[in-house]
Design a protein around this ligand. Sequence first.
Ligand code: PLP
Length: 407
Amino acid sequence: MNYSNLESIAKQAEGPVYVYDASKIEDQYRRLKKAFSGIEKLKINYACKALSNISVLKFMHNMGSGLDTVSLQEVLLGLEAGFKPQDIIFTPNGVSLEEIEVVAEKGVQINIDNLSILEQFGAKHPHIPVCIRINPHVMAGGNSNISVGHIDSKFGISIHQIPHVLRIVENTKMHINGVHMHTGSDILDIEVFLHASEILFNTALQFKDLSFIDFGSGFKVPYREGDIETNIEELGEKLTARFIAFCKTYGKTLELAFEPGKFLVSEAGYFLTKVNAVKQTTSTVFAQVDSGFNHLIRPMLYNSYHEIVNLSNPEGKERFYTIVGYICETDTFGSNRKIAEISEGDIIAFKNAGAYCMTMASNYNSRYRPAEILWHQGQAHLIRKQETFEDLLNNQILIEFNDRVEV
Ligand SMILES: *Cc1c(COP(=O)(O)O)cnc(C)c1O
C-alpha cells in the first residue's frame, strides 16, 4: 500500500476514513512469533480494545491469534468474528462479578485482578479455573531506571497480597491456572520487562497447577523517526532462555502468552482527512481538516505524536503548519509541523492510526464516525460504513409535550 493508493481511497470516501494495511499487521504478528520461536507453547492474544472491527478480528483469527478482551461486548465481538471461547481471555478491571460470571459461562478464560471478586468467584464456582493478574509494582522510569513504585495503580493484585490469594485458594479449593501481568503501554526497556518477569516467575512458583504465564504487553512502537521501540528480537532471545529455565524449575512446560495491541496494529493504520481551509494568523498557519478529536482523540488526550503527511503534494516544498480540526473546541492534531505545502482540498494522512484511534471515536458535535477500510492483497475492502443521520437518531426518543409552556 502506497501514498497514491491512500489518496485514491480518500478521494472516493464521503468523509474522513481509517485505512489499515493487513500486510503490516501480518508482518508484526510474524515478527513476534519468530522472536519467540524457541517457546514450545506460545500464545499471542490480540488485545482488541486497540482496534475492534470484526473483520480485523477475523483477520487475526485467520493468522492463528487468540483474543484478549476487557468487556463482555468485546467477547461477543470475538465470538461473532469466529474465535472459539477457549481462544479468548478476559482481562477486565473494575467490572462486576455478574459480568465475569456471564463470560466464564461461555467457556472463556477469565483473569481476576481483585481479591474481593476472586473470593466471591472462587466460593461460587470452584470448578472454573481462573488466572490472576498481579501488580509487580514495576514501571519504566524516565531514564530507563527501574522504579519500584506504582503502588497506587488500580490494576492487578499486589504481589504483597499473594498470601491472601493463597488463603482464598485454600479456603475455596479454586484452581488458579495462570498468572498474568500487564504493566502498561510504555515499556521502553527490556531490562525493566525482564525484571518484572522475575517477579511474575516468583509468584508462579507459589501456584502448583498452572498451565500458562501471561506477560501482557506494553511493547512500544515508533511514532516518529528516531523513536525508541521495543527490541522484540532481543526480548525474545532473553525471555525465551529464562522461560525455558523457569519451566525446568517448575517441573512442567507451561504456555507463554502475550497480549499485544499497539504492537500489532498501530503502524498499520492511516487516518485520512481533507483540508477544509488554510488559515493564516499572526503567529502560525493553520490547516483545518474535516475531522477533530471526535475521530482521533490521542493527541488531545495523551499528547500523542502522530506523524502528518500531505498525500496530495508529497514532494512539495516543506513549510510549518499547525494541523487542527473542525470541532468547536481546541482540537489540535499537531503544532508547528514541517509538512509539504498544503492547499485547500489536499488529503492529509495521520500515521500510526491503527491502535486506540477508531475505537475511541465519538459523535461529538453530532458528526458521523468514519468509515474503515482494510487494505488486503492489493485491494481496498470496506469493513465499516461511515455513519448516517439515522445512526445519530438511533436510540434517541423524541417525546411529546402536551402543553406548550412559555418560559
Ligand atoms: C490494553 C491492554 C493490552 C494491550 O496493550 P498495548 O500497549 O496496546 O499492547 C494488553 N493487556 C491488557 C490487559 C490490556 O488492558
